[in-house]
Design a protein around this ligand. Structure first.
Ligand SMILES: NC(=O)c1ccc[n+]([C@@H]2O[C@H](COP(=O)([O-])OP(=O)(O)OC[C@H]3O[C@@H](n4cnc5c(N)ncnc54)[C@H](O)[C@@H]3O)[C@@H](O)[C@H]2O)c1
Length: 332
């Protein structure tokens, strides 16, 4: 059996609880791949991972390799093929007597985590390692990590697949079709309420979703906020942020990067902009992507951007630029 090394931060968190069994079951990396898993947690929590490891052993998957728990990021990411950066500090946590509510404070605190993680990955993970940032603010955390890693052959992604799955589900429900009928879903920009889940280029059975649904008022005034605010709606209803669906989206992203994209379709993730669609170079920006037959991930070119879409893309770009400005001291 082939073997790969996968490192996951936030190993004791709620997303990880749904994610980890699926990483070592053959579902994500294939039936014939043994997965060595390194679970990384902060020192206060790392002991809990022993229980997680017991459960992973008790799943009894033949693809399960070595299971390691550590609070040392350098040990965790050494020789990693994939690094899933899930761990981060949530909004609302109290640090030194101060409740962290402001996005700018959150950016700085989590940014601090991603500088150390980024440099360890750049130095110690494999030269062709792929890194998926799930922990929020995901795009800007990835910007910091990638910058610190300073290892151009490694590929950094921030997760927008959950937004894409949410957007497909809403369009399918409105059109009264199976979700598998919805393709070409691009999430442009930031994983935040400014994201643009593109309904014009999304297709339902091969036709623009906007044409099929034929209700511009619903598209612009109901669908967009539904998708953009879905994370908050889940928190309000469940008292905790999306976990099973976030883990599922992380699995979807790994699979989308690891296998060629179906002809004519795309997948959604944020990657470093190369200037495509006028987005400043280097920003970690949500784009429609394709994995080629030889495993390269490309930004799909030539997608039509109408005035409505351009205004949305401008707004999310502005937000990412202001996040970049807020963490400029962490960009090395
Ligand atoms: N991109 C997306 O679509 C998406 C969707 C849902 C949630 N999220 C984000 O994912 C993150 C994790 O969510 P969760 O529900 O699992 O949170 P959680 O609070 O249950 O778990 C987070 C875990 O990360 C750990 N952690 C914190 N700092 C760490 C560090 N420096 N190294 C290693 N581990 C560390 C914590 O100890 C905790 O166990 C949050 O930031 C959340 O906002 C992103």
């Amino acid at each position: 059996m082939k073997e790969i090394n996968v490192a996951v931060t936030g190993g004791a968190g709620q997303i990880a609880y749904s994610l980890l069994p699926r990483l070592i079951s053959g579902e994500t990396f294939g039936e014939e791949t043994k997965v060595n898993l390194r679970l990384i947690e902060i020192p206060q929590v790392v002991d809990k991972l022993e229980g997680t490891i017991m459960e992973l052993i008790d799943c009894g998957f033949k693809q399960t390799g070595e299971l390691v728990a550590t609070s040392d990021i350098r040990e965790g990411v050494k020789d990693a093929d994939w690094v899933l950066l899930v761990g981060s500090i949530p909004r609302g946590i109290v640090i030194d007597g101060k409740k962290i509510e402001e996005r700018s404070d959150l950016l700085k605190i989590n940014g601090g985590i991603f500088t150390a993680q980024g440099s360890a990955i750049g130095e110690l993970a494999k030269s062709d390692a792929k890194i998926l940032v799930v922990g929020n603010p995901a795009n800007t955390n990835a910007l910091i990590g990638k910058n610190q890693a300073n290892n151009p052959s490694q590929k950094w992604f921030a997760m927008t697949a959950l937004d894409a799955n949410r957007a497909k589900a809403q369009l399918a429900a409105k059109a009264g079709v199976e979700i598998s009928s919805v393709t070409n879903m691009a999430i442009w920009g930031n994983h935040s309420p400014t994201m643009y889940p593109d309904p014009y280029n999304a297709k339902i059975d091969g036709v623009s979703a906007v044409e099929v649904i034929n209700d511009t008022n619903w598209i612009e005034n109901d669908y967009l906020p539904l998708v953009q605010q879905r994370g908050k709606a889940v928190i309000d209803a469940r008292g905790a942020s999306s976990a099973a669906s976030a883990a599922n989206a992380a699995i979807d992203t790994v699979k989308a990067v690891e296998s060629p994209t179906a002809s004519g379709d795309c997948f959604s993730a944020a990657i470093a902009s190369d200037g495509s669609y006028g987005v400043p170079e280097g920003l970690i920006f949500g784009y429609p992507l394709r994995t080629t037959e030889n495993g390269e991930v490309e930004i799909i070119q030539g997608i039509e951007i109408n005035d409505f879409a351009q205004a949305k893309i401008d707004t999310t770009t502005e937000e990412l630029l202001s996040e970049k400005e807020a963490v400029k001291g962490l960009l090395g």
